[in-house]
Design a protein around this ligand. Structure first.
Ligand SMILES: Cc1cc2nc3c(=O)[nH]c(=O)nc-3n(C[C@H](O)[C@H](O)[C@H](O)COP(=O)(O)O)c2cc1C
Length: 179
C-alpha cells in the first residue's frame, strides 16, 4: 500500500480499494464524496454517501430524494463528477461519470433502515422556503427514493508527493499527466 502511487496499476487498484472501503466503512473518507453537477446557473456540488462501488462494471451508486435539485440537474445533463480526498495518503480521486437516476426498487427500500427513510420524502419539497426549520414534515415514501447510477467514464488521480503524480484512466488506457 505504501508506494501504491508509484505505478499506474497500483494507483488504479488503490482507487477501487478506497471506494470499496467507503461503501463498507462509515469512517472512511470515500464514504462521503462530493457530487458535482451542472446546475442552471453554474456548477453545483454537495456531499453524498457512496452506496456501492463495482470495479468490474465500472459503476457507483448513491441514494437520493427524487425531488431534490440534483436529480433535475442530472436529468438535464447526466455528466457529473464524484470527488474524494484521502488525506492520510494525500490522494485525490476524481471520477467523471454519466449518471442515470431511477426509482429505487422495493428490495433496496426494504434495506434502508427505518430511521434513515425520513430523508426520502416530506413537505415542502427540497429547496423550498420554510418559515421555521421545525416546520418541515418528513413523509418517507418509496416514491421519492431514488438511486443515482453512475457509470465511470474517466478516473483522474493526484498524489501529493515528490514528485506529485497525476494519472488518468479512460477506456482501458492509463497514463501520467502533468500535475
Ligand atoms: C454527510 C452528508 C451525507 C449526505 N448524504 C447524502 C446522500 O447520500 N444523498 C443525498 O441526496 N444527499 C445527501 N446529503 C445532503 C446533500 O449534501 C444536499 O444537501 C442535499 O441532497 C440537497 O442537494 P441538492 O439540492 O443539490 O439536490 C448529505 C449531506 C451530508 C452532510
Amino acid at each position: 500500500m505504501s508506494d501504491f502511487f508509484a505505478t499506474l496499476d497500483g494507483t488504479l487498484d488503490e482507487v477501487w480499494q478506497r471506494l470499496a472501503r467507503g461503501v463498507a466503512d462509515r469512517d472512511a473518507p470515500a464514504r462521503h464524496p462530493v457530487l458535482a453537477t451542472v446546475g442552471a446557473t453554474g456548477g453545483e456540488a454537495r456531499i453524498v454517501i457512496l452506496r456501492s462501488a463495482d470495479r468490474a462494471a465500472g459503476r457507483l451508486t448513491v441514494h437520493t430524494d427524487l425531488a431534490s435539485e440534483k436529480v433535475a440537474e442530472l436529468r438535464s445533463n447526466p455528466a457529473a463528477t464524484l470527488l474524494v480526498w484521502e488525506a492520510s495518503v494525500r490522494f485525490q480521486i476524481r471520477l467523471r461519470v454519466r449518471a442515470e437516476v431511477a426509482k429505487g426498487d422495493a428490495a433496496l427500500w426494504e434495506a434502508v433502515p427505518e430511521a434513515s427513510r425520513a430523508v426520502y420524502g416530506g413537505v415542502p419539497m427540497p429547496g423550498e422556503s420554510l418559515a421555521d426549520p421545525a416546520a418541515f414534515e418528513p413523509f418517507p415514501t418509496r416514491d421519492r427514493f431514488g438511486v443515482i447510477d453512475c457509470t465511470v467514464r474517466e478516473i483522474e488521480t493526484l498524489h501529493l508527493g515528490t514528485p506529485h503524480r497525476r494519472a488518468r484512466f479512460r477506456d482501458g488506457t492509463a497514463g501520467w499527466v502533468a500535475p
